[in-house]
Write a protein that binds this ligand. Structure first.
Ligand code: HEM
Length: 156
């Protein structure tokens, strides 16, 4: 007979991975979403940046908090926070919190103001946009590294 032993650890691991999907899935869709919005509604770029801000505040940051809390449970239950693959990902997640709250959200707030003022035509808008794109790309790269570390668990 097939027995299915589901542990609380399995449930928390599922929550952890689901939260990763919710937090970062939308960010991987930004290049398509943004390009489509810029083509379809070029006169409402402020709306695009406000959407980024709402997603960052109401979806990405809360989901990253769940990633952290579930990850802490998993690490303390069966692993150790001193394991290099865990401590490195822990550091990456804090950088992602910093990038989101300290760089990307303020940049989108500023971009929304600039787009409202001049429709996104100013040099300042383009400068701020390049900065947001660069840090957004860095955040995505860090997520890829974090997933690799979690899956490969180098050092185990
Ligand atoms: C950007 C941040 C993170 C991402 C993208 C991420 C992603 C993942 C993924 C995809 C898995 C499943 C791996 C597998 O089953 O092979 C996993 C497992 C795990 N994660 Fe994370 N995680 C992140 C942050 C953290 C943090 C901050 C901690 C601890 C403080 C943590 C602790 C763990 C542990 C202990 C496992 C369980 C591994 C196992 O039982 O096989 N994670 N994570």
């Amino acid at each position: 007979m097939l027995t299915l032993a589901i542990t609380f650890y399995d449930v928390v691991l599922t929550v952890h991975i689901l939260a990763v999907v919710v937090a970062f899935g939308v960010v991987f869709a930004y290049p398509v979403l943004d390009a489509q919005w810029r083509r379809g509604s070029p006169s409402d770029l402020a709306g695009l940046h406000r959407l980024h801000v709402v997603l960052a505040r109401r979806v990405i940051t809360p989901a990253m908090t769940v990633v952290l809390l579930a990850g802490l449970y998993l690490a303390l239950d069966r692993w150790s926070l001193g394991d290099p693959w865990i401590s490195a990902t822990f550091a990456i997640l804090f950088v992602l919190f910093g990038l989101t709250g300290g760089v990307l959200v303020p940049a989108d707030v500023r971009l929304a103001e600039l787009a409202e003022r001049d429709g996104g035509a100013s040099a300042e808008y383009q400068r701020e946009r390049r900065k947001a794109d660069m840090f957004g790309g860095l955040a995505l790269l860090l997520v890829v590294v974090a997933i690799f570390l979690m899956v490969a668990k180098p050092g185990v």
